[in-house]
Design a binder for this molecule. Structure first.
Ligand code: NAD
Length: 382
């Protein structure tokens, strides 16, 4: 069997799907591995390190696409690459099947088997494959560091002979994986932290990190969807959160916002007037920018100065810490591959709950029912 590792082609992408350290168990099964030259260089993995781990390195990207039976990737391949894939190849990566299903049609028709790391079910057995959580951890940490770097103030309280400096106030919106990591990082830097989430269950986790949880009375509506994720709220319920956010943002130095609902545009939680009411010099980091953003004024990928408030809207925060983002992702991928590679051969059993959940398409047809429905709509409107 041939496994290919490509140099990611998306603009600004620095991660790689597998690192040299990850190749040992695959090589032990006699799997031939070919790596595109430079694939790991931004993540600290040289071509030589891949060769020493038993892989071959080539500059011929097309030959990898044509030969690979198994292709772990970070991002969806562009359509011109999908058209060159070996028929019946298996591709595993962040394929964005719920956000951009139309970008997968060439690969589906080839046909190929597509597994999306975003769709791996959140059950205990699959925790070691939870790449969304890995990337959210990295993004939550880096968001605080990026904010601290921009903030014209110190984070910790300092008592010096020249006077006392109060601690920075950080407000985290969405206390999931990224939000909790942001809270922990801001606390380590000495900030006073407040956090808000629609899921009441997040309250205990927030408090255990030494932050204050802000409760909003949402009138007893269900705020939890499946798999530990939040449900999409009505405009009326969202408004109650927006009022609290406007009030809290006004006395915060840093706002980090991470709220997401899987497969839906990010909820618009921060109104323009909330940003205008923030103090000049304060910083807002919108980690939901790839899903459109939590702030009304966010322009995904663009850093703005809005009346002295810096608004960051990073599209790929994990790529800013490529070494550890790749290390965590490669481990998640390797654990996933263990489900579909047995004794050096591909063996895809769609009766396995994890594989069935993560499978976007197999034998030319969509498998995941949500993706199937989205594809139907996408294709009929083309
Ligand atoms: P996510 O990235 O989808 O969303 C981030 C946060 O935004 C969530 O905490 C969500 O509740 C919050 N949010 C959504 N809409 C909001 C709104 N209108 N206002 C305020 N907050 C809003 O979620 P995530 O971080 O990937 O995971 C959420 C939770 O899932 C985790 O905290 C954890 O409890 C659970 N989880 C379970 C597993 C598992 O394997 N069982 C793995 C990872 C996470």
């Amino acid at each position: 069997m041939f496994l290919g590792i490509l140099k990611e082609s998306a603009a600004g992408e620095t991660r790689v799907a597998l690192l040299p350290d990850s190749l040992k168990t695959l090589r032990a099964q006699d799997i031939d591995i070919t790596v595109e030259a430079g694939a790991g260089s931004a993540s600290g993995a040289s071509d030589t390190a891949y060769i020493e781990a038993g892989a071959q390195v080539t500059t011929d990207r097309d030959s990898i696409l044509a030969q690979a039976d198994l292709l772990p990737t970070v991002n969806t391949l562009p359509a011109h690459d999908q058209a060159k894939l070996k028929r019946r190849a298996v591709v595993v990566g962040f394929l964005r099947p719920l956000d951009a299903p139309g970008e997968l049609v060439t690969a589906i028709a080839r046909p190929t088997t597509l597994f999306s790391m975003e769709l791996v079910p959140r059950i205990s057995r699959a925790q070691s494959m939870d790449a969304l959580s890995s990337m959210a951890t990295v993004a939550g940490y880096k968001a605080v560091i990026a904010a601290a770097d921009r903030l014209p103030r110190l984070f910790p309280m300092l008592m010096t002979a020249a006077g006392t400096i109060p601690p920075a106030r950080v407000f985290v919106i969405g206390a999931g994986v990224a939000g909790l990591q942001a809270i922990a990082t801001a606390r380590r830097l000495g900030a006073v932290v407040e956090a808000y989430d629609v899921r009441a269950a997040a309250g205990e986790q927030v408090r255990s990190l030494g932050a204050k949880f802000l409760d909003v009375d949402l009138g007893g509506i269900a705020t939890e969807g499946g798999g530990g994720y939040a449900a999409e709220l009505t405009e009326e319920a969202l408004d109650r959160g927006r009022d609290l956010i406007t009030k809290t943002a006004a006395h915060s130095d840093v706002v980090i916002t991470t709220a997401q609902v899987p497969g839906r545009p990010a909820p618009r939680l921060i109104r323009g007037d909330a940003v205008e009411a923030m103090r000049p010099g304060s910083v807002l980091v919108d980690l939901a920018a790839p899903a459109g953003g939590n702030c009304e004024l966010t322009k995904p990928g663009v850093t703005q100065d809005i009346g002295g408030v810096t608004l960051l809207a990073p599209m790929n925060m994990p790529a800013e810490i490529p070494v550890h983002a790749s290390q965590l992702y490669a481990r998640n991928i390797l654990n996933f591959l263990a489900l579909i590679v047995k004794k050096g051969a591909l063996s895809v059993d769609l009766d396995d709950e994890v594989l069935a959940g993560a499978c976007v398409a197999h034998e030319g047809r969509p498998v995941n029912p949500r993706v199937a429905k989205l594809l139907e709509t996408t294709l009929s409107t083309k």
